[in-house]
Design a protein around this ligand. Structure first.
Ligand code: FAQ
Length: 307
């Protein structure tokens, strides 16, 4: 463990900068493990944005109106853009995008568990925008203050776009809840299937989270998994109730004192299965990605060192 006596002058200066909330830039000195943690998190975030285009992409040709189709197309395009900003931010740490993609294809890098669930009906597109983008915003607003400059700046623009995405999803849910009984049932069914996986997006409980403690010391993460999950819960449940959706949690309680909801236990076995590759769509998502931009696809990838 580092003590002030055995810390190098560079490390002392780095810690002092963090303590003053200074932003760390790519050419600044940084501990190797700080860079490694950032590269892991930012590249996984980038992979999530790009893999996350798949469940929605499936619905572009099936959108119920031309307006809905245009909005969905614009949203999916934004997600691709988010992937690009994030890959660019990660590349400033010295690894090029093709290497990150190889890590994804080899199972060495993850992407968000949420994208291993299928989008079965049009209400799922509403639930993805409202719940998945809604959860992503809560996490990403916090990351706007992350200590690494390129990541923090990417988050600012991403959050603005995610906020539009969240609203387009909620609009779909509102419309379906104002529709006929079959449409209301579709919306409730989507809520039932996406609620718990959306809560899992924030990662394991703080006590079980391998990286939170160190990432918070480095100010890579500004708030813990549980704090952000609770913020999402308190923000989203009133939105569900407002349009008449039930939250599929028999243990849900409202605490008048803290003005906060207490949720039931998350199914961590399911979460672990999904991140180990055994979710409904893991195989389909990765094989589609490999087919499109894998080594054998014929897609020419730019290598940083050739630029
Ligand atoms: N899925 O110690 P922690 C979006 C892994 S963007 C899969 O707590 P950490 C926009 C974790 O990597 C959604 N794996 O980890 C959109 C670690 O494994 P590792 C993506 C997960 O990093 C919407 C292990 O478990 N957002 O949705 C998950 O401190 C619609 C231990 O966990 C981000 O990536 C999970 N849910 O905290 C796009 C945000 N949770 O790496 C298209 C940035 C945990 O050691 C359509 N990332 N793991 O092998 C973060 O804020 C953090 O990385 C957390 C996890 C909070 C996700």
């Amino acid at each position: 463990m580092d003590t002030v006596e055995n810390m190098s002058p560079e490390l002392l200066a780095f810690e002092a900068r963090l303590a003053k909330d200074e932003v760390i830039e790519p050419k600044d000195w940084m501990p190797a493990d700080y860079a490694k943690t950032l590269l892991r998190q930012i590249s996984q975030h980038a992979h999530s944005e790009v893999i996350g285009m798949q469940p929605e992409g499936n619905w572009v040709l099936r959108a119920p109106t031309f307006r809905a189709k245009k909005i969905l197309l614009a949203k999916i395009q934004d997600e691709g853009g988010h992937g690009l900003y994030l890959y660019s931010a990660a590349e400033t740490l010295g690894m090029d995008r093709s290497q990150m993609i190889d890590q994804l294809h080899e199972g060495k890098a993850k992407y968000s568990s949420i994208f291993n669930y299928p989008a079965l009906n049009w209400a799922d597109i509403g639930a993805i925008g409202w719940l998945v983008d809604g959860a992503a915003i809560v996490n990403q607003v916090s990351l706007q203050r992350t200590s690494f400059g390129p990541y923090a700046r990417a988050m600012v623009r991403i959050c603005m776009e995610e906020s539009f995405h969240q609203r387009q999803g909620y609009e779909i849910m509102v419309r379906m809840m104002r529709g006929n009984e079959a449409q209301r049932q579709m919306a409730q069914d989507a809520m039932n299937r996406w609620w718990w996986p959306a809560l899992m997006m924030f990662g394991p409980h703080d006590k079980d989270s391998a990286h939170t403690q160190q990432s918070m010391k480095w100010k890579i993460k500004r708030q813990s998994n549980d704090v952000l999950r609770q913020r999402f819960v308190d923000k989203t449940i009133p939105q569900a109730h407002f349009i008449g959706l039930n939250v599929p949690d028999p243990d849900l309680k409202y605490d008048e004192e803290t003005k906060s909801y207490q949720i039931g236990e998350i199914n961590w076995d399911e979460f672990n299965q999904v991140i180990r590759g055994n979710g409904f769509c893991n195989h389909a998502r990765l094989s589609h990605h490999k087919k499109r931009i894998g080594k054998e696809s014929g897609y020419v990838r730019l290598q940083l060192h050739t630029l």
